[in-house]
Write a protein that binds this ligand. Structure first.
Ligand code: DGL
Length: 266
């Protein structure tokens, strides 16, 4: 591997652009190749076998693009497929998931009363809960699947009364009354982070995977001595299925306009 090779990033769709954006901000000299599997989203409603199959196929595409690392920029795919990808590619490439950096941060900060919201697949996998409890046995992790939030945000309802109402409906429950931290275990939720902070009146820390994942990418590249020092090519953003609506949503998640290129690997 050399520093000049690109970093591959994938997600079920365009939500993973929040992670790509954080990586680009922290490491602007890196060349990114993003793949959003818009043909199969949402992963949150899929079986773990289906998610594993998609993740293997997308990683193959990114490896063929000479990527030096693959970032699984999706909580659902990180929960379902990370171990499978490690086994399947057997050290051929570095994989980074979005779960471990967040779990490590929560533990470093000493939190023990933890709330979590994510897709059905992420919550049902119990990955966050198991990882946290394997390190801090007495930690309490209260999880809730919040499936309305992804379509709500994608439809542009991430500000205003509709989103406030749905967020309140999900968060206003006894199991979240005593938490110290709320984990946003989904790529889309950083867009509604302010409302969640507001819901808890600033009394609960609200954490997402964006910056901690970017820091982990930086740490590994630095450790392996494969940081890029000058980007030669423009970042590329592929989707497996394209509709005009994705353009607008992509801008919302990445913070600026990007050109989405259709690449049907299926
Ligand atoms: N990217 C997914 C995640 O972070 C959310 C969207 C989906 O369900 O595909 O869990």
């Amino acid at each position: 591997m050399t520093g000049a090779q690109p970093i591959g990033i994938f997600d079920s769709g365009i939500g993973g652009l929040t992670i790509a954006h954080a990586i680009n901000k922290m490491l602007p000299q890196e060349h990114l190749i993003y793949f959003g599997d818009t043909a199969h989203l949402p992963y949150g409603e899929k079986s773990s076998d289906a998610i594993k199959y998609y993740s293997i196929k997308i990683s193959k595409f990114l490896i063929e693009q000479q990527c030096k690392m693959v970032v699984i920029a999706c909580n659902t795919a990180s929960a379902a497929a990370y171990e499978t990808l490690l086994d399947f590619y057997d050290g051929k490439i570095i994989f980074v998931n979005v779960v471990d950096p967040l779990v490590d941060k929560v533990i470093q900060n000493g939190y023990e009363r933890i709330g979590l919201i994510g897709t059905k697949a992420t919550v049902n996998s119990q990955v966050y809960k198991n990882k946290i409890k394997s390190k801090v046995q007495k930690a309490q992790v209260e999880q809730l699947a919040t499936p309305l939030l992804v379509p709500m945000i994608e439809e542009g309802y991430y500000k205003g009364q509709v989103s406030e109402l749905i967020i309140k409906e999900y968060l206003d429950r006894p199991e979240f009354k005593n938490i110290e931290v709320m984990l946003l275990a989904c790529t889309h939720y950083p867009l509604i982070k302010d409302y969640i902070i507001q819901f808890f009146d600033g009394n609960v820390e609200v954490m997402d995977s964006m910056d901690v994942t970017a820091l982990e990418v930086q740490r590994i590249l630095n450790e392996q001595n494969i940081l890029n020092h000058k980007r030669q090519y423009a970042n590329k953003f592929y989707v497996s299925d394209y509709t005009e609506g994705f353009d607008e949503t992509a801008q919302m998640f990445y913070g600026k306009h990007i050109d989405l290129v259709t690449n049907s690997i299926w």
